[in-house]
Design a protein around this ligand. Structure first.
Ligand SMILES: Cc1ncc(COP(=O)(O)O)c(C=O)c1O
Length: 370
């Protein structure tokens, strides 16, 4: 494995120190919950090694939220979606083997195959295509050597959601070509359009990945999961998990389990805030003459760009935005894109912080016109 630190991690708010960011619009999750707000009872918890697959009651809740056809034996609990993605990539790819993956993407979906030394063929998503892939383009990238096709929906950093027919066509394509589909559905619960089924519930070839970090603002408990109906594959993934970590933290799993028992009531409040913040960003973009976007269909991020007709000194823009206005976004290079693109996270900040941060982006743009 050739590990290289990714810009999105080196420049992340955790590494810069949250207190150094006045308006933090870099986050891709809902606001982090406080322990005391979760009303948990942990006193009887025994701090033993846990079930290697994951707490059984937690797995039952996850299976239920995925699909009727999924049961607890199809669910492997992992330390966040990030570990699930790592387990899948390292289990299914060898150096020089082929993966077809969307770009831009959540950086790990590209970087882990790269670290393995896999041959990567990109589905380069474009603003002009609403950040959606084209089936013929995907077909043209698949060869007899392809092992894995990797998609993300709802998508990070753009918020695009695959149309249902395309989603099914992609699954069929994987079955026809006998390749695995990795579907990163970390934002599945956060669709503003019709929620897609969990990919793993449709086909044995599809592996779904999800987590509590993004929609539910619980990144600190590091609980995610993968789902597959393929028993042999499941066994392989479990072997990988056991070699990496044996089992999850039982404390994290217990928090996750109790949280998921209450998830539906919390979810309503989450979506209320997301809707409100989406409207704020939407009206700001419409009134901001220097930016354009593809309206997100899910998630808590959008990926607008500076209009190509507007000449901005990009270095000056980001410097002014960060140093003078204390405002931070995810610049395009976090996602292997030009810096005219920026990811704006609107689910994490308070309403006042969001409004002030957006205003600062407008000011920094005005101050950086060439
Ligand atoms: C699409 C996507 N997948 C996976 C992850 C990893 O999330 P976690 O490991 O916190 O569950 C992220 C985090 O930003 C993400 O956006």
């Amino acid at each position: 494995m050739k590990y290289v630190r990714m810009p999105i991690e080196i420049e992340s708010p955790e590494q810069m120190g949250y207190s150094n960011l006045k308006y933090n619009l870099t986050e891709s999750s809902f606001s982090d919950f406080k322990f005391k707000d979760l009303n948990l009872n942990l006193n009887e918890l025994i701090l033993c090694y846990g079930d290697h697959v994951g707490n059984i009651n937690l797995r039952k809740l996850i299976a239920k939220s995925a699909a009727d056809t999924i049961n607890e034996n199809n669910v492997l609990v992992t330390a966040g979606a990030a570990t699930a993605l790592f387990i899948i990539a390292t289990s299914l790819l060898e150096p020089n083997e082929e993966i077809v993956v969307m770009r831009p993407n959540y950086a790990t979906n590209i970087e882990t195959p790269r670290a393995i030394g896999a041959k990567i063929k990109f589905i380069d998503l474009k603003f002009e295509d609403q950040w959606l892939p084209n089936l013929n383009d995907i077909k043209s990238k698949i060869s007899k050597n392809t092992k894995l096709l990797s998609i993300t929906t709802p998508h990070n950093p753009t918020g695009a959601v695959l149309p249902k027919n395309l989603f099914y066509e992609i699954i069929n394509l994987c079955e026809e070509n006998n390749i695995y589909l990795l579907c990163d559905e970390t934002y599945r619960d956060m669709s503003y359009v019709e929620k897609l089924p969990s990919a793993a519930s449709i086909s044995k070839k599809a592996i779904s990945v999800c987590s509590l970090s993004k929609t539910f603002g619980l990144p600190g408990i590091r609980i995610g999961w993968l789902i597959t109906q393929d028993e042999n594959l499941f066994e392989k993934f479990l072997a990988a998990k056991e070699q990496i970590m044996i089992c999850n933290s039982v404390l994290d799993e217990e928090v996750a389990k109790q949280f998921m028992q209450n998830k539906d009531s919390i979810y309503k409040d989450v979506m209320k805030k997301i809707k409100k913040h989406f409207e704020i960003v939407s009206s700001w973009i419409q009134s901001e003459p220097k930016l354009e976007w593809v309206e997100p269909q899910g998630g808590v991020v959008c990926f607008p760009r500076i209009k190509k007709t507007i000449k901005i000194d990009l270095e000056k823009f980001y410097k002014t935005l960060n140093s003078k206005h204390g405002t931070f976004v995810g610049p395009g290079h976090w996602f292997e894109q030009e810096k005219i693109y920026m990811r704006i996270g609107f689910g994490w900040p308070t309403t006042d912080e969001l409004k002030a941060g957006l205003e600062c982006i407008s000011r920094a743009l005005d101050e950086s016109v060439e």
